[in-house]
Design a protein around this ligand. Structure first.
Ligand code: GAR
Length: 212
């Protein structure tokens, strides 16, 4: 069976969604750069092995990246899933896992990379916001897009209400993207992702109109 390593830094709700999705994959380990990450306790509840590579104990990013890669490679995963992993990763690290490392981000990329996505979406007055699962490239929150989900921005939305609706969609599309990968249906073609046996948009685009 194929295996997955999940990297987290905090709460771990996307990690939990992956664990609960009953995907045809063995979650070999959950690794955090933050020893206090609440998600580590959740992983233990699911009997998943956990590991810590604390970035504060390394002299620089390169040394941290090497230690993290060593830890990941021990499990020989088919895929590495960043699930709220909030450390920038160096080019060498990212290229080592090219096409085998995914991230979930709370915006419709390429809009709003980085932090504070919901506040910025509200500030800009966008009508549609959402989330993206993409393959990781050395640029932060950037890379070939696998699945996106759109949510309407409502007139009385606050940062919290919008974040909650987007997070619900993250929990839906991340397992979907990992599933497609594990089925061998994702092919990188330059900066795009092709999905084989593609039947309908429903697989890679979730929107209020398509999924009532
Ligand atoms: C999620 O909203 C995820 O999309 C975001 O961090 C949150 C982690 O929550 N990731 C990024 O912003 C990556 N740039 P979680 O720990 O509950 O999954």
């Amino acid at each position: 069976m194929k295996s997955l390593v999940i990297l987290i830094s905090g709460r771990g709700s996307n990690m939990r969604a992956l664990l609960e999705a009953r995907l045809p994959v063995r979650v070999a380990a959950v690794i955090s750069n933050n020893p206090e990450a609440a998600g580590l306790e959740i992983a233990k509840m699911y009997d998943v092995e956990t590991g810590i590579v604390d970035h504060r104990t390394y002299p620089d990013r390169a040394a941290f990246d090497i230690a993290l890669a060593r830890k990941i490679d021990f499990y020989r995963p088919s895929l590495v899933a960043l699930a709220g992993f909030m450390r920038m990763l160096g080019d060498g690290f990212v290229n080592r896992y090219k096409g085998k490392i995914m991230n979930v981000h709370p915006s419709l990329l390429p809009s709003f990379p980085g932090l504070g996505t919901h506040e910025r979406a509200l500030e800009e007055g966008v009508r549609i916001h959402g989330c993206t699962v993409h393959f990781v490239t050395p640029r932060m929150d950037h890379g070939p897009i696998i699945v996106q989900a759109a949510v309407r921005v409502l007139p009385d939305d606050t940062n919290e209400t919008l974040a909650a609706r987007v997070l619900q969609q993250e929990h839906r599309i991340y397992p979907e993207a990992v599933h497609l990968f594990m089925e061998g249906r994702l092919k990188l073609s330059g900066s795009h992702v092709e999905v084989s046996n593609f039947i309908s948009d429903n697989l890679v685009l979730y929107s209020p109109e398509l999924h009532k």
